[in-house]
Write a protein that binds this ligand. Structure first.
Ligand code: Z5A
Ligand code: MG
Length: 234
């Protein structure tokens, strides 16, 4: 069997340059004759994605649990096609993924409180368990003042300073856990010029995009837990 494609996730705070870097990486891969495609979450084109889009533009209101599950459902809509493309040897660059899902929802706080979480962290993680796991997650870390000076900041619901600060804290926790479970999590200083950021990203992915021999892992799939459950049924 041939090698499978690499699954590369680009994550980060708002206006950290994710879409810019993802598009540049795609061009570079295509120029190097690597079969690759770019996907993005939320995918605002699907039926679920349209509900998410309307919420983000503050054109509709949804319960916080509901919008969290819709973001996750939006990823599950594409999960099997992601697996299929990777199997066919195509590399996928993914602009935001489940890590954004947890970071934005788990950073919400109860009305009237300064820090008490509205949604439990483990609850936020659970609907994404079992999605295709990335071979690398690249976290673009931008400082507040730099992000605010960039085009388009503040147009959508979560683009506020206090929200972004809490989101960053949750991203740090997610990264530590992802690394702890054997995942690759690379934090990149996204205050730098686009070319400099791209150089760091390229260095991190250039071997992966030659193709991967190993199986595609599942996100937060606890194999020890699975073994214990199997043992119960033996
Ligand atoms: N969300 C969620 O809650 N749950 C989920 O499960 C998911 C998402 C998946 C919309 O996401 C919101 O959904 C988001 C998280 C939440 N919250 N908010 N707010 P989105 O991905 O659709 O958001 P976006 O509109 O694409 O914005 P963005 O992703 O935050 O921006 P970006 O992609 O990181 O940045 P960019 O578009 O590449 O660049 C922004 C500007 O900066 C642009 O003018 C660039 O030319 C400029 N730029 C980029 N890089 C640089 C550098 N290095 N130097 C100078 N200027 C630069
Ligand atoms: Mg973007």
């Amino acid at each position: 069997m041939g090698k499978r494609g690499a699954f590369i996730v680009i994550e980060g705070l708002d206006k950290s340059g994710k879409s810019t870097q993802a598009a540049t990486l795609l061009r570079r891969l295509q120029d190097s004759q690597v079969s690759a495609k770019l996907i993005k979450f939320p995918d605002r084109t699907t039926t679920i994605g349209k509900m998410v889009d309307s919420y983000l533009r503050s054109e509709s209101e949804l319960d916080d649990h509901v919008i969290h599950l819709l973001f996750s459902a939006n990823r599950w809509e594409l999960a099997s096609s992601i697996e299929e493309s990777l199997k066919q040897g195509e590399t996928i660059i993914c602009d935001r993924y489940a890590f954004s899902g947890i970071a934005f929802s788990a950073s919400k706080i109860r009305p009237g409180s300064h820090s008490y979480p509205l949604l439990d962290y483990a609850w936020c993680r659970s609907p994404d368990i079992g999605l295709p796991a990335p071979d690398i997650a690249i976290m673009l870390d931008v400082s507040q003042d730099v992000a605010q000076a960039r085009g388009g900041y503040g147009e959508e619901r979560y683009e506020k300073e206090d929200v972004q600060r809490r989101v960053r804290d949750v991203f740090v926790r997610i990264g530590e856990e992802f690394e702890g479970s054997g995942g690759k999590w690379l934090v990149v200083d996204a205050d730098e010029k686009p070319d400099e950021v791209q150089t760091v990203i390229w260095d991190a992915v250039k071997d992966l995009v030659k193709g991967i021999e190993g199986p595609l892992e599942k996100l937060w799939d606890d194999k020890r837990e699975a073994k214990n459950v199997d043992a119960l049924y033996m």
